[in-house]
Write a protein that binds this ligand. Sequence first.
Ligand code: HEM
Length: 146
Amino acid sequence: MESLLLTIHVVAGILFVGPIAVVTSLFPRYAPSIAAPTGRSLDVAHMLHRITRVYGLLAMTVPVVGLLLAAVQGRMGEVWISAALVLTILAGGLLALVISPMQGETLESPDGGVRLRRIGMTTGLFNVLWVSVVVLMIVRPGSSGA
Ligand code: HEM
């Protein structure tokens, strides 16, 4: 049971969280901008936005299965689990409440590039949060070692 949950957890992380990191980082390069109109593609930008939304929903399986796994292993009280939960909520909040809506606004009414720079900065923060969660998963500070 534990092996199955761990497999689903890690595979979902690779397949769902990985692509979000890539497409959100690519979005500012293809999204429409009044300041730099050449070399951009509205179709590609729409596709990247769609992948951001769909994979964002699919990625929710990672913390859900992670929490299930922690419960099965009887380690819900460990500090690294709580830290992972907080960082995951922060990252999910950035994606759902900041990155994805700003992508949509840019597709509807492109500006001179300010919004794209904001998307770039927020995406950088988002990716740092995911990397931090993965480090937590491997180092497991405060783990009983069980
Ligand atoms: C609420 C959030 C999360 C919780 C509660 C959680 C919980 C867990 C638990 C209980 C394990 C098993 C550790 C063991 O068997 O000793 C694990 C492993 C792992 N998790 Fe998470 N996880 C969360 C989020 C994430 C996220 C967002 C990612 C990646 C994007 C991730 C990637 C991994 C990886 C790669 C492992 C395997 C680590 C190893 O075996 O060395 N986890 N997680």
